[in-house]
Design a protein around this ligand. Structure first.
Ligand SMILES: [Zn+2]
Ligand SMILES: [Zn+2]
Length: 250
């Protein structure tokens, strides 16, 4: 069993990542993926790209190396009011928006109540599609409240393979709680690689194995099916290209 759409990957534009969109899509094709979202870090990260980088994704082809290429961003949650570090109109034009807390830029040492309130604001943002790696042990969240709110607004909770391998050590027990809630709520989720190098695109083996062991149903792992993923994200390329074209400042 493998995913057909990886919705969380990074190109060289992210600074601390190492592959181009050409290399990422080639790797995706080798892995049997139909769809790849390149979701580079946003300008708030110390080594993130300027916002112009995201505007100019209008030059990306719809398909690259035989893989449907989605224009994305992994935005940072930068304020307790749920503020994000790309302009709203730009977020509205992208195919996939992941909102994540990162230690370098997100509010630190907030109480579990304040973090939960912050996430409830993010969930109200109509342009956010996915909550990225909420299992981070540095982020204390009331998971039942956050996950049920995400469900009510049609947001996807991500299970991030990198949290089991190269990042955010200590995520495992939080992942188990998140998966328990997803299972009990019979909620869809996505399992992503968070690849920062082409060789890891589509690599979600550990997270997928744990999700299945924890009783998450295959049909609730949305990105095992590229068509269902596209439908959920309301992928409409022409609309995206037109919007980016109209708003581009460069
Ligand atoms: Zn990164
Ligand atoms: Zn991240």
């Amino acid at each position: 069993m493998k995913i057909r759409a990886d919705l969380h990957t990074h190109s060289v534009a992210s600074g601390h990542a190492y592959s181009t969109i050409d290399e990422l899509t080639k790797a995706a094709r080798r892995r049997g993926l139909k769809m790849l979202a390149v979701t580079d870090h946003a300008p708030g990260m110390p080594d993130g790209p300027h916002e112009y980088y995201f505007y100019n994704t209008r030059v990306w082809p719809e398909y690259l190396n035989g893989v449907r290429l989605l224009k994305g961003a992994e935005v940072d949650i930068i304020a307790p009011n749920g503020g994000l570090d790309l302009p709203t109109a730009l977020l509205a034009s992208l195919d996939v928006v992941i909102a994540s807390a990162h230690a370098a830029v997100s509010p630190e040492n907030l109480s579990i109540e304040k973090n939960t309130a912050m996430y409830l604001k993010v969930i109200q943002n109509p342009h956010v599609d996915i909550l990225g790696h909420i299992e981070n042990p540095l982020l204390k969240l009331n998971y039942p409240v956050v996950i049920k709110a995400a469900q009510a607004r049609g947001k996807l909770v991500e299970i991030n393979n990198a949290s089991f391998t190269v990042a955010r050590h200590g995520s495992y027990s939080n992942c188990l709680e998140i998966m328990r809630i997803l299972r009990e709520e019979n909620m869809p989720c996505v399992i992503n690689s968070d690849a920062h190098i082409a060789g890891l695109v589509g690599e979600v083996g550990k997270a997928l194995q744990i999700a299945l062991e924890q009783g998450i149903k295959k049909e609730n792992i949305l990105n095992l099916d590229a068509g269902r993923t596209a439908k959920h994200l309301k992928i409409n390329t022409q609309k995206t290209a037109d919007k980016l074209h109209r708003m581009v400042p460069l």
